[in-house]
Design a protein around this ligand. Structure first.
Ligand code: FES
Ligand SMILES: [Fe+2]
Length: 390
């Protein structure tokens, strides 16, 4: 088949979209800085002074519970000389204190004090405040958006929020691993290569043999809107031939609060642009991808467990973590190859499977709509006439 005759909607992004520095800058601005980005879980923000930090595109943000009980999102950049104010997650004192020169901010973002203030001839304290952003909660997950004109979190999530409510994600709590509430991993690929890979299960039977011994990918059901989706696949009932997987299978049990209808299922959620969730009966992992460069991406994992997690659930979680380390290794192998391949002068773009790569098609359609630069790159890569006729 002549690739240029395939409809644009079923063609993958051009290889150059994964290597173009101009597009990368536009993605930060027009994708990440306009999206609702996952920053934490309600269980981390129940008391005044509790906070979480994250990056929304290029903007470091902090979400903090005020003394008045309000949850607020604001810039985490000090208005003096731009140091980041808070780090990670935790509990601040009555004010937020910048570690550089000790300017302090009220929990609503207003400047509280600036040491040696008499030296600032032009400082009008009442005019200094951390810029405020939007904060939203859905299914117990806390999101931040820096674009005042973006659609509501509820509209963006579509069928995903009711699904998270149904599963009682809000009733869970963040697991701390050696004291840390987040687990990060850095990858040497453009963020879209990792997102594309996460969005489709076409590769699963080929790349992840252990996973298909545990889960029946073909039995997947789900729902979606233009931005987000949930799905669930049934666990296999036949014991795996691998002892570790067999042990895992013997331990799968629903957490208290999960509906009976979820018995025997593993859930999966994709939230625009780069929030992914694995929902196991015994715990939940969220996976947030953040571009840190044209060819570097950070993944931040948050693990949610039942507040009274028992030994069986803990063991099931530990075994799944081991399996996931293997699965991640398999995905890294694939995505490293793809990063190398998209740079080949002979490669323009590929044809996507309408069913098994449906989510990639939808994701890339959104990217094309938001980023006209992609169409320009496509025209350059394949010739304007072939794009126009496709
Ligand atoms: S940069 Fe924050 S106090 Fe100076
Ligand atoms: Fe994979």
């Amino acid at each position: 088949m002549d690739p240029s005759k395939t409809p644009t909607a079923t063609r993958s992004l051009p290889g150059v979209a994964y290597t173009d520095p101009v597009l990368y800058e536009q993605e930060l601005k027009d994708v990440f800085e306009r999206a609702w980005i996952l920053v934490g879980h309600v269980s981390e923000l129940s008391e005044p002074g509790q906070y979480v930090t994250a990056n929304v595109g290029r903007e470091p943000v902090v979400v903090v519970r005020g003394h008045d009980g309000e949850l607020r999102a604001m810039s985490n950049v000090c208005r003096h000389r731009a140091s980041l104010i808070l780090e990670g997650t935790g509990q601040t004192r009555s004010v937020m204190r910048c570690p550089y020169h000790a300017w302090t901010y009220e929990l609503d973002g207003r400047l509280a004090a600036a040491p040696s203030g008499q030296g600032f001839a032009c400082l009008d304290r009442d005019q200094v405040a951390l810029p405020q952003f939007r904060v939203g909660i859905a299914g117990g997950l806390v999101f931040c958006c820096t674009d005042p004109d973006q659609m509501s979190l509820e509209d963006m999530l579509g069928p995903v929020a009711p699904y998270l409510d149904w599963l009682n994600i809000g009733g869970l709590t963040v697991h701390r691993n050696d004291g840390a509430a987040r687990w990060t991993e850095d990858f040497e690929e453009n963020w879209k290569i990792l997102a594309d890979n996460y969005l489709e299960d076409y590769h699963v039977p080929v790349a992840h043999p252990a996973l298909v011994r545990i889960v029946e990918v073909k039995g997947t059901i789900g729902d979606n809107n233009d931005w987000c989706e949930w799905s669930r696949a049934p666990y296999r009932t036949r014991p795996s031939r691998d002892p570790r997987e067999r042990e895992y299978q013997s331990l799968i049990r629903r957490m208290p609060g999960m509906p009976e209808e979820f018995e025997g299922w593993m859930g999966h959620v994709c939230i625009w642009p780069t929030t992914f969730m694995e929902i196991y009966p015994h715990h939940v992992d969220t996976w947030q991808l953040e571009p840190t460069g044209l060819f570097s991406t950070r993944a931040t994992t948050m693990t949610l467990v039942h507040p009274d997690e028992d030994a069986q659930a803990r063991r099931a979680r530990a075994l799944m973590r081991e399996l996931n380390v293997d699965i991640m290794g398999e995905d890294v192998d694939i995505t490293t190859r793809v990063q190398r391949g998209v740079q080949a002068p002979s490669y323009h773009s590929g044809i996507l499977n309408d069913e098994q790569e449906f989510s990639v098609i939808r994701f890339q359609r959104r990217l094309r709509e938001l980023l006209p630069r992609i169409t320009e790159l496509e025209a350059t890569a394949t010739g304007a006439s072939s794009v126009a006729s496709s």
